[in-house]
Design a protein around this ligand. Structure first.
Ligand code: DX5
Ligand code: ZN
Length: 220
């Protein structure tokens, strides 16, 4: 699978969000990672469907990957689908009915995925491998950008990669939190093929340079 780089707009300048997203896409990003936090499931509050729609209205056509850190999950899904989301992922602990939530995402025409916090067990995958398009492993505890990558994620990535292989399905393996130019190589080697990076990209002056450096590390 072609590796995908997905800048997290959590670290973008929200006062100029449309321009920031345009710039990072022109700099070579593949997907826009859109972090939704509710100050309930996670201790922070960010953006909702209106902002996703505003990006579409601004002319952004790249895939938007909506990472829902909200509880409850289900009732916000139709709104995000209508607002132009391409992928919607959620945390299984935040859903009362995981299978139903996955179905709701698919029924609304989006790709669906489960997100695993650092200490969330992988058994949530047991009965849904045939229904998911993306698995997202958090390599920090969710809620904030700029945290350090937790090395225990590497072994978890290898385990999930093996499960994906065994399933015979094309499932994206995404990693989110503390990804940067220095560790992206070993993260790719452990099996990830979709890389979310917020502060590592948006805290740099030259987005194209950092994205290019990341690509170099994962194509080796
Ligand atoms: C954390 C978010 C991440 C975050 C990543 O809860 O899900 O997407 O923005 O930021 P960095 O890359 O700075 O760790
Ligand atoms: Zn995220």
């Amino acid at each position: 699978m072609q590796p995908l780089i997905a800048p997290s707009i959590l670290s973008a300048d929200f006062a100029r969000l449309g321009e920031e997203v345009e710039e990072v896409l022109n700099a070579g990003a593949d997907v826009i990672h859109f972090d939704v936090m509710d100050n309930h499931y996670v201790p922070n509050l960010t953006i909702g469907p209106m902002v996703c729609k505003a990006l579409r209205d601004y002319g952004i056509t790249a895939p938007i990957d909506v990472h829902l850190m909200v509880k409850p999950v289900d009732r916000i899904i139709p709104d995000f689908a209508a607002a132009g989301a391409s992928i919607i992922t959620f945390h299984p602990e935040a859903s009362e009915h995981i299978d139903r939530t996955l179905q709701t995402i698919k029924e609304h025409g989006c790709q669906a995925g489960l997100v695993f916090n650092p200490a969330t067990p992988l058994h949530y995958l047991d009965y849904v491998m045939d229904k998911i398009d993306v698995i997202l492993l958090m390599s920090v505890n969710p809620g904030f950008g700029g945290q350090s990558f937790l090395p225990s994620t590497l072994d978890k990535l290898r385990q999930v990669k093996a499960r994906i292989k065994a399933s015979g399905r094309e499932i994206r393996l995404q990693v989110d939190g503390g990804v940067n130019v220095n560790n992206i190589g070993e993260i790719a080697a452990a099996g990830a093929d979709m890389f979310v990076a917020g502060s590592a990209i948006f805290n740099q002056q030259d987005y194209a340079e950092v994205i290019q450096q990341m690509r170099q590390q994962i194509s080796m």
